[in-house]
Design a protein around this ligand. Structure first.
Ligand code: NDP
Ligand code: MG
Ligand code: MG
Length: 341
């Protein structure tokens, strides 16, 4: 059983006695900054010149400064810019301005684990990784609840890194649900594995392939969309509530029998072998290198693949179907406006 921490295990006054510089005000950045502020922590948000995020952070009543100025004030520097830019921001704007002994906090281990950021030995290197999107982290906190978090310490320069990371986790509401103790390596590799094989990559491809098979067999696209995509959320909600068994219990016996006999035909042993190969690329840094090299070149492959995904016929059908549900509109607003917070 993993080691877990709850509100009683942490001392909020530790983080309340420090200034936290939050670099980036996107999905995670806005949630960390606002939750810390509401927990009585002194927060300064660091953003680059001309940043589209300045107005939102200022309107929320936060102190907004340049990345350099914010870092100079920070006892804790939380790096919440996108993973692919963190190393450059660290090298150019963070490292030269760090207070002696300042702690560096991440919400994902990518840059530390793969060595793109190498902090000197006098800084604590810690992580509080919420297991949910930033908007849910904020929404749950406001509702008096919290999203579970992962906590870890890569470098304990002060000898006080654990009390500090737990205090920070408590301040963003992460100990209300509970924190799991892990390592930068485990967090990074399992996070990439989950999103590539199951949550994002596996799921998206499963839906697209199901849609292709039905429409190529002559069934109406709207029917295909309902059967392989729209109902997904309800199935996943049941799994979240009560496990795979509750989903099977709630569906018809026909669906349950089909699950048992056809699931293994689709997700056959090759799929497990493929997942192991993807895991190997994650573990040896092959995936990280490909991602970072493409990003450094202006993301040509990433942009091409994104355009291909958007052009898949299921997307046009999906837009028509979702327009039937007036209640979906609000949830889509941020996404269509391209705003994250
Ligand atoms: P976002 O893409 O939402 O963050 C964008 C923010 O970073 C914006 O405020 C943007 O401002 C700023 N930014 C972009 N480039 C720079 C730059 N060069 N210098 C300074 N600021 C910059 O990131 P996420 O919140 O998704 O991810 C942040 C971290 O959290 C990552 O490590 C990620 O893996 C982790 N994480 C994310 C989760 C999520 O819910 N999305 C879940 C758990 C962890 P501007 O207006 O200037 O572009
Ligand atoms: Mg991830
Ligand atoms: Mg059905």
């Amino acid at each position: 059983m993993a080691e877990m921490f709850h509100d009683d295990d942490a001392d909020l006054s530790i983080i309340q006695s420090k200034t936290v510089a939050v670099i980036g005000y996107g999905s995670q950045g806005h949630a960390h900054a606002l939750n810390l502020r509401d927990s009585g922590v002194n927060v300064v948000v660091g953003l680059r010149e001309g940043s589209s995020s300045v107005a939102r952070a200022s309107e929320a009543g936060l102190s907004v400064k340049s990345v350099e100025e914010a870092v100079r004030e920070g006892d804790v520097v939380t790096i919440l810019a996108p993973d692919q830019v963190q190393a450059k921001v660290y090298e150019e704007s963070i490292e030269p301005n760090l207070k002696p002994g300042a702690a560096l906090l991440f919400a994902h281990g990518f840059n530390i684990h793969y060595g793109y950021i190498k902090p000197s030995a006098d800084h604590d290197v810690i992580m509080v990784a919420p297991k949910g999107p930033g908007h849910v982290v904020r929404r749950e906190f406001v509702a008096g609840r919290g999203v579970p978090v992962l906590v870890c310490v890569e470098q304990d320069a002060s000898g006080q890194a654990w009390p500090l990371v737990l205090s920070y986790a408590k301040a963003i509401g992460g100990l209300r649900a509970g924190a799991i103790k892990t390592s930068f390596r485990e967090e990074t590799e399992t996070d990439l594995f989950g999103e590539q094989n199951v949550l994002c990559g596996g799921l998206s491809k499963l839906i697209e392939t199901g849609f292709e098979v039905l429409t190529e067999a002559g069934y109406q696209p709207e029917m295909a969309y309902f059967e392989v995509c729209h109902e997904m959320k309800m199935i996943v909600d049941l799994i979240n509530e009560g496990g795979i068994s509750k989903q099977r219990w709630s569906c018809s016996d026909t669906a349950e029998y089909g699950d048992y006999v056809s699931g293994p035909r689709v997700i056959d042993p090759h799929v497990k072998e493929n997942m192991k190969a993807v895991l190997a690329d994650i573990q040896d840094g092959t995936f990280a290198k490909k991602f970072m090299e493409d990003q450094a070149a202006g993301a040509p492959e990433f942009k091409k693949l994104r355009a291909q995904g958007e052009a898949h016929p299921i997307e046009a059908t999906g837009r028509q179907i979702r327009a039937l549900f007036a209640w979906s509109e609000d949830k889509d607003k941020d996404y269509h406006e391209g705003s994250v917070a």
